[in-house]
Design a protein around this ligand. Structure first.
Ligand code: CU
Length: 148
């Protein structure tokens, strides 16, 4: 009698666990896009120190192809930021992973323009592309949102 009851309890609890696991997985992968997502390729840094403009080498931005981009950096007042250190990171906030490549600034083009090589996106969705800028005016971060 008691084994019959516990067996029944197991049979009931297994589908429950499956439903719970599915729900948890769905929660991980279907986070809604923030409604106020700014998709502009011209953005002010978080602390307001810099204004950055991203120029992909081709638009619309392609999937699974190595790209060369240019970023133009200015102070908030509009002066070119000519000697900046720029570290690049990013990823997909909804998926919890970073960029598939490690893009880097490979050339200072002068007048606040910098060449970024090694940009690639390997899936559709919402990507962030972050520039950690370190220059005479201080350190600040510019975040771009890109939807592919
Ligand atoms: Cu992803």
């Amino acid at each position: 009698m008691s084994t019959r009851i516990s067996r029944r309890a197991i049979l009931i609890s297994i589908p429950g666990a499956v439903v719970f696991a599915r729900g948890a997985a769905a929660g991980l992968f279907t986070k809604a896009l923030p409604g106020d997502l700014d998709l502009s390729l011209v953005r002010l840094s978080r602390g307001g120190l810099y204004r950055a403009e991203l120029a992909p080498d081709a638009t619309p931005i392609t999937l699974r192809q190595m790209q060369v981009w240019t970023v133009t950096l200015q102070t908030a007042a509009g002066a070119p930021v000519t000697q900046a250190g720029i570290a690049i990171s990013g990823g997909m906030p909804q998926h919890g992973h970073g960029l598939p490549t490690a893009p880097q600034v490979t050339k200072n083009l002068g007048n606040g323009r910098y060449l970024i090589e090694g940009v690639k996106f390997n899936m559709r969705g919402w990507w962030t592309f972050e520039l950690a800028v370190d220059a005479a005016g201080g350190a600040d971060v510019v975040t771009f949102n890109i939807i592919l």
